[in-house]
Design a protein around this ligand. Structure first.
Ligand code: FAD
Length: 401
């Protein structure tokens, strides 16, 4: 495809903005349609491993990321009540040296702001706010984007980066019915100054216990501590970042857990406890038409149990920009992109689902036995963290699964 082609993107989240940056860098004209009337991200944490960070560094963001991130020293898997360490995986310099880029943790709003700032530097009118995409038409010459205000926009290609409830996916792949996993995720954020001095090192803790687990790590240069607690719950609640629940429910869910977990929950703002119902969506096998494709959660929504949802979205943008240069035929380019991504993203979605069981085994003995059997340190480095979206060989347009 030549660089005069215009790419329309539905959704200005981490996936949509990163894709725009990759496409702008590759010389394409890009326009983003975002439903929100203001740009931003929720007050939650996000971890990105080398496979994603190297793409962001390639986009010229290395210094900016260093200003807002925390680089954890290691992962520590711990038993929920005794804090006995089940497994440690080095991060810090070991991760950078092995995989070519650091493992970083961010406040989502900080990361999003850095991406947006760079995107607007390159293309000041890139993002159109208050524009909800409802669907599209396509023909041999291009694609027509339909918006809820009744207007349309014409372009050559459409990228649906509109998240787990994607309107573009609904049109390409039909409605996927979300399956409730039986687990909800609590999230709170605590200023480090509200915790005892030297509360913990700059590490990522994953506390595992019967029917629940908790992930704890620092953000924003260490100024904030992020807590995500996943709990088996028969009770259904909404899927979304902004659904508040009573602090007392969260406290009850972690009754009997280690004193350090209690200290975090006690320090949390009682009116700012959020609960997200975790849904599973089975991976789809085709997410492209001749002129439209999907990216990020719209293409391959995943449970957060490998911390790879946004990382995959970042990788998608890099591979898509390369694939759009690989042929003169738009439809072929989109097949090259999809075929290059589908095996890896399906594997991550499936392995994340498997972790749902592992982290919640019924007893300390079962947890110990299961962790003794795994060597995720070497397993992960082989395929997960060392993936190079900027150089990985692109698939043939005819190699779909
Ligand atoms: C508890 C939890 C913890 C997580 N932790 C991590 C982690 O540590 N690391 C990691 O890599 N991933 C993590 N994830 C996954 C990560 O949050 C997602 O994979 C990531 O946000 C996907 O980015 P996206 O841009 O595809 O979608 P989104 O972030 O959902 O962005 C979609 C954008 O599209 C807009 N939009 C939606 N519909 C429309 C429409 N019709 N028209 C126009 N605009 C629209 C939305 O307003 C939004 O701006 C976690 C997820 C959860 C639930």
């Amino acid at each position: 495809m030549n660089n005069k082609e215009k790419v329309l993107i539905a959704g200005g989240g981490i996936g949509g903005i990163t894709a725009a940056l990759c496409l702008l860098r590759a010389g394409f004209a890009v326009e983003i349609f975002e439903q929100a009337s203001e740009l931003g991200e929720v007050g939650a944490g996000i971890q990105l491993s080398a496979n994603a960070v190297q793409v962001l560094e390639y986009l010229g963001l290395k210094e900016k990321l260093a200003e807002i991130a925390v680089q954890p020293l290691r992962y520590e898997f711990k038993i929920f009540d005794t804090a006995e360490i089940l497994q440690q995986i080095p991060l810090g310099e070991a991760h950078s040296n092995k995989h070519g880029a650091p493992y970083l943790q961010f406040h989502r709003a900080d990361l999003h702001a850095v991406l947006v700032q760079k995107a607007l530097e390159l293309s000041p009118s890139l993002i159109r706010l208050g524009k909800t995409v409802t669907g599209f038409d396509e023909d041999a010459q291009g694609v027509t984007l339909k918006l809820s205000d009744g207007t349309t926009e014409r372009g050559d290609i459409l990228i649906g980066a509109d998240g787990i409830k994607s309107a573009v996916r609904a049109q390409i792949a039909g409605d996927t019915i979300p399956e409730y996993t039986g687990q909800v995720a609590w999230r709170v954020m605590v200023p480090t100054s509200d915790l005892p001095n030297d509360f913990m090192e700059h590490i990522t803790e994953i506390w595992v216990g019967p029917g629940k687990h908790a992930v704890v790590y620092f953000l924003r240069r260490g100024e904030l501590l992020n807590f995500v607690g996943a709990v088996d719950h028969a009770e259904w609640s909404e899927e979304g970042w902004t659904v508040k629940y009573p602090w007392s429910d969260m406290k009850k869910d972690f009754e009997g857990w280690h004193p350090n977990i209690q200290k975090i929950l006690d320090a949390a703002d009682h009116d700012m406890c959020f609960r997200w119902a975790l849904n599973n969506r089975p991976p789809i096998k085709n997410w492209s038409t001749d002129r439209a494709t999907l990216l990020g959660d719209a293409a391959h929504a995943t449970l957060p149990y490998m911390a790879q949802g946004a990382a995959m979205a970042v990788e998608d943008g890099a591979v898509l920009a390369r694939a759009l240069k690989a042929s003169d035929n738009v439809s072929e380019c989109l097949q090259i992109y999809q075929n290059s991504r589908i095996e890896r993203t399906t594997r991550i979605v499936n392995e994340s689902s498997a972790n749902k069981k592992l982290f919640h085994l019924n007893s300390t003995e079962e947890l110990k036995a299961a962790f003794a059997k795994r060597d995720i340190s070497s397993e992960r480095s082989d395929w997960l963290f060392s993936y190079d979206a900027l150089n990985v060989e692109l698939a043939s347009p005819h190699s779909g699964i």
